[in-house]
Write a protein that binds this ligand. Structure first.
Ligand code: ZN
Length: 307
């Protein structure tokens, strides 16, 4: 059976916005666009985002009502009636005013309240703001940087340097490994995960390796298992803080666990029947648990289990 349905609507994918990436609007163009479109702003404070007090839905502010300065706004894109921005909120008085109209919370904890588009938009905003906060100083000379090109470039303020930095993401692989018997898959857990949660192997891509080579290396390091037949499946934006998760399936050639590192505190081969007895993160039961439904890790597990 096709598993297309499992991967087509991953959380944080499915943004329905014109990013205008080839030709980002200038400050003047944004001002002109603002004359016949609403300027909507997604504020971010301390890594937290704003949600409606009652419904828990995404809360997008109207720029005019909150006196945001255009120069502080990071452009996200254009929809039919709105032009979208995000902004770093760091003034205590503004935070207090915002708390009167909304709740600040973590995106992952509220994602179930959001439409697919809203979740993707908030993830995009979060990714942009984290990038800005991590690039306030030039990586080459240490001088301060300034926001340019509607927030999609940071430029070093030193006339001798003027280095330009662009938003970046850190690719990470995530892989479901099938046992040679075809009846078990490999799951592990890190000590700092929610209690009882098991998931598939993941890790960051290093310079000078392909994604497939990264899968083989990470699985070997974390479990000692040798894998082959590494096949790409799907990806998920993961701005926690700045990744994209690249999902794979692979087949194990060996079965004995001999990890090189201690990233995983437990590793298991789990059968399809055992998987069905796993619980959910929120069920309060004393059972091994699977990751959230909306994560690519869970969809890889579900896909393997169904097939
Ligand atoms: Zn510099």
């Amino acid at each position: 059976m096709s598993d297309y349905h499992l991967f087509k609507n991953l959380a944080y994918s499915g943004l329905r916005l014109d990013r205008a990436a080839a030709n980002r609007p200038s400050a003047k163009q944004i001002q002109e666009l603002g004359l016949h479109k609403n300027k909507r702003v997604l504020p971010i404070w301390n890594g937290q985002q704003l949600f409606d007090l009652v419904s828990g839905n995404m809360l997008a502010l109207f720029s005019e009502e909150w006196d945001f300065e255009d120069r502080d706004l990071v452009f996200l894109g254009i929809s039919e009636s709105d032009i979208w921005f995000t902004v770093i909120v760091d003034s205590e008085s503004l935070v207090e005013r915002l708390k009167e109209v909304g709740d600040f919370g973590s995106l992952n904890s509220k994602v179930n309240n959001l439409t697919q588009h809203e979740a993707a938009l908030m993830a995009y905003a979060r990714g942009m703001i984290i990038w800005h906060l991590n690039h306030l100083y030039c990586g080459a000379c240490g001088f301060v940087t300034n926001m340019k090109e509607a927030g999609h470039v940071r430029e070093c303020d030193s006339a001798k340097c003027n280095r330009r930095a662009f938003p970046r993401i850190d690719p990470a692989i995530i892989c479901l490994i099938e046992h040679p018997d075809g009846e078990h898959c490999l799951l592990g857990r890190q000590a700092n995960w929610p209690q009882g949660m098991y998931s598939v192997v993941a890790g960051f891509v290093e310079p000078g390796e392909t994604l497939e080579e990264c899968v083989i290396r990470e699985v070997k390091e974390e479990t000692g298992i040798i894998v082959s037949e590494v096949v790409y499946k799907a990806s998920q934006p993961w701005p926690f803080p700045s990744s994209i998760m690249l999902g794979f399936f692979a087949k194990a050639k060996t079965v004995k666990f001999q990890p090189d590192d201690d990233e995983l505190e437990d590793i298991r081969w789990v059968s399809r029947a055992e998987l069905k007895s796993f619980g959910e993160l929120t069920d309060g039961k004393d059972l091994p648990k699977l990751p959230n439904h909306w994560s690519i890790s869970r969809r890889l597990i579900d896909s393997w289990c169904e097939n």
